[in-house]
Design a protein around this ligand. Structure first.
Ligand SMILES: *Cc1c(COP(=O)(O)O)cnc(C)c1O
Length: 227
């Protein structure tokens, strides 16, 4: 299994390079975020040893159990929070993550601003947009995105570096990628986090700078219950 993940990583990197080339984009404009949620340290190590440095986790607590010790060996790791954030975890998140991709409401923006002030840490921040307007999914509604971005800047003093989306599972993702790109462009935001195992090549065609790939590298996720 560990051997598979290293081979998978190579294959994903090759596909990213090919998709960037097909889109006439420099390969360096697309960053691979290896999504290691649920997988233990033993599964992550071979991928680190193979040179991967950007990783995504969706839970603050799980990440805090795994990454501080990995960072001792690999100080150049870049860790992304890609799951919903609760305001009472904002300080932990700001201490642990280099990039927080899931700012999506005033309460979180306020908590992150306070945590940055308190800790002096400055993670890069992305706003999550619920492009499919799915009630069960996190993210600001597309129609509220401009105003939310403005309030992040003007009310909370947050610099927003990018936008992130997770398209509905049963819809053509390209419509959602195009919508996210449009919202970013009209708000002068240059970074897009979009595309997962099933659709990262499409996302690259639509301008993704960060693709978040889990199962195509690590294999199917074991089902575990979080307590
Ligand atoms: C789990 C997850 C991914 C990775 O999904 P795969 O389909 O396994 O590549 C990407 N983004 C987010 C927000 C996730 O929660």
């Amino acid at each position: 299994m560990t051997h598979d993940s290293v081979a998978n990583l190579g294959a994903v990197r090759d596909s990213i390079a090919a998709a960037a080339k097909a889109a006439a984009r420099p390969a360096t404009s697309v960053n691979l975020v290896a999504v290691s949620k649920v997988f233990p340290i033993e599964a992550i190590l071979p991928v680190l040893q193979a040179g991967q440095r950007i990783f995504g986790e969706n839970r603050v607590q799980e990440a805090s159990r795994k990454w501080p010790q990995l960072r001792e060996t690999y100080p150049d790791i870049e860790l992304h929070l890609i799951g919903p954030l609760q305001s009472n975890k904002a300080e932990d998140a700001v201490r642990l993550f280099d990039v927080i991709e899931t700012i999506d409401r005033p309460k979180i923006a306020r908590a992150i601003a306070a945590a940055i002030k308190k800790t002096g840490q400055k993670p890069r921040l992305f706003v999550q947009v619920n492009t499919g307007e799915e009630p069960q999914k996190a993210g600001v509604a597309p129609i509220e995105a401009d105003e939310f971005l403005k309030s992040c800047r003007d009310e909370y003093g947050l610099k927003i570096a990018g936008l992130m989306c997770i398209p509905p599972a049963d819809e053509e993702p390209s419509l959602h990628f195009a919508l996210l790109e449009k919202i970013a462009r009209r708000n002068n935001i240059s970074r897009l986090s979009m595309g997962m195992s099933a659709d990262y090549e499409t996302a690259i065609a639509f301008g993704a700078n960060y693709v978040r790939v889990g199962s195509a590298i690590f294999g199917p996720r074991p089902r575990i219950s979080h307590g």
